[in-house]
Design a protein around this ligand. Structure first.
Ligand SMILES: NC(=O)C1=CN([C@@H]2O[C@H](COP(=O)(O)OP(=O)(O)OC[C@H]3O[C@@H](n4cnc5c(N)ncnc54)[C@H](OP(=O)(O)O)[C@@H]3O)[C@@H](O)[C@H]2O)C=CC1
Ligand SMILES: Nc1nc(=O)c2c([nH]1)NC[C@@H]1CN(c3ccc(C(=O)N[C@@H](CCC(=O)O)C(=O)O)cc3)C=[N+]21
Length: 284
């Protein structure tokens, strides 16, 4: 019988270090600041925002939310990003994605300043992620996956890692980060054949698909570690992941739950990025 591994202890360990880093910066007269840019009122954006505001109030990271109406034009939004880029008090920027349909992400991604881009939106940070350059900012959720594996002492070196999903938000970046940890990585997607068979060969299975409880025990090899990135709502309106946790527990060794899994670590990684940006911008 496997064990459920929660995100909270991981998030708490990171937050403890964050509080120390903030104190040190404040001793130098610097207050780290994050500006969140949100368009509309998407529930999953609001959930992330709530989590971030709560955590940063505790550690002392100044957090400003700039909320815009759903129908803001691309031109206006670009002007707003430029203003925040130039705001000397702001060290980090988070723009919630996906953006509404009147926006072209392939245009907007070039506007955000790479030094302030906390979630790998800028092509500069994407390139740094691909080349393993540690001066950039990898996206927070994939980084949270790696931090959870490290926290629970899961050895990645030489292990078979299977990632289901290939988006720029979850699947592709988490695959690159696993590769950096010397795992042997296989990426599955909607056209993959025999997916359960491939997945069941994994020592580490990372799932970011967006399909409630899609991953059942036939995807899970004996004693595999399963990381569930999905955030979905089930038939009863409850939050659930992409993994059928109950079903998979009999074969897996460790499984992250949803809620209280990867999502809760994402906000602490974002805080870590803000500190890193703040230090870099102050030549520390
Ligand atoms: N915990 C957190 O902090 C976060 C959680 N999430 C959650 O993670 C999940 C994934 O998000 P995101 O990557 O943005 O989603 P996208 O919809 O952008 O990507 C989904 C990926 O899954 C693949 N896929 C879809 N259906 C299947 C299937 N039946 N079999 C195999 N692969 C499939 C798609 O393949 P193809 O490319 O072929 O279409 C695609 O690569 C969502 O539930 C989202 O809510 C997202 C961000 C943060
Ligand atoms: N550029 C960008 N990057 C993202 O990573 C991104 C995004 N846009 N848009 C929205 C989605 C959603 N998302 C969540 C992150 C954490 C929680 C989280 O902390 N969840 C808590 C519950 C928090 C609560 O609801 O109070 C939990 O799972 O336990 C939720 C959702 C990141 N996303």
């Amino acid at each position: 019988m496997g064990q459920i591994i929660k995100g909270k202890p991981v998030a708490d360990a990171i937050t403890e270090q964050l509080a120390k880093d903030v104190e040190e910066l404040k001793g130098k007269g610097i207050t780290p600041k994050l500006t969140i840019m949100r368009i509309g009122e998407n529930p999953s954006d609001l959930s992330y925002e709530r989590g971030a505001l709560k955590r940063y109030a505790k550690v002392g990271i100044d957090t400003e939310v700039k909320a815009y109406p759903e129908n803001i034009s691309q031109e206006e939004f670009i002007e707003e990003i430029k203003k925040v880029n130039e705001d000397n008090k702001t060290h980090g920027i988070l723009i919630f994605r996906p953006l509404p349909k009147q926006m072209d992400e392939d245009i907007i991604k070039h506007v955000i300043s790479p030094e302030k881009d906390m979630d790998c939106f800028s092509p500069i940070n994407v390139a740094k992620l691909m080349s393993g350059d540690k001066t950039g900012f990898p996206p927070c959720t994939p980084t949270a996956v790696i931090e959870i594996l490290k926290h629970y002492n899961v050895d990645m070196k030489g292990k078979n890692a299977v990632v289901i999903g290939r988006s720029m938000v979850v699947g592709k970046p988490v695959s690159m980060l696993l590769l950096d940890e010397n795992a042997t990585v296989t990426i599955c997607h909607s056209r993959t054949k025999n997916m359960a068979e491939i997945a069941s060969k994994a020592d580490i299975l990372v799932v970011g698909v967006g399909k409630a409880k899609m991953v059942t025990k036939d995807y899970v090899g004996k004693d595999a570690v399963v990381i569930d990135v999905g955030i979905n709502v089930d038939e009863e309106g409850k939050l659930c992941g992409d993994v059928d946790t109950e079903d998979c527990l009999e074969r897996a060794s460790l499984i992250t739950p949803v809620p209280a899994g990867v999502g809760s670590v994402t906000t602490s990684i974002l805080g870590k990025h803000v500190i890193k940006a703040c230090k870099a911008q102050n030549n520390l």
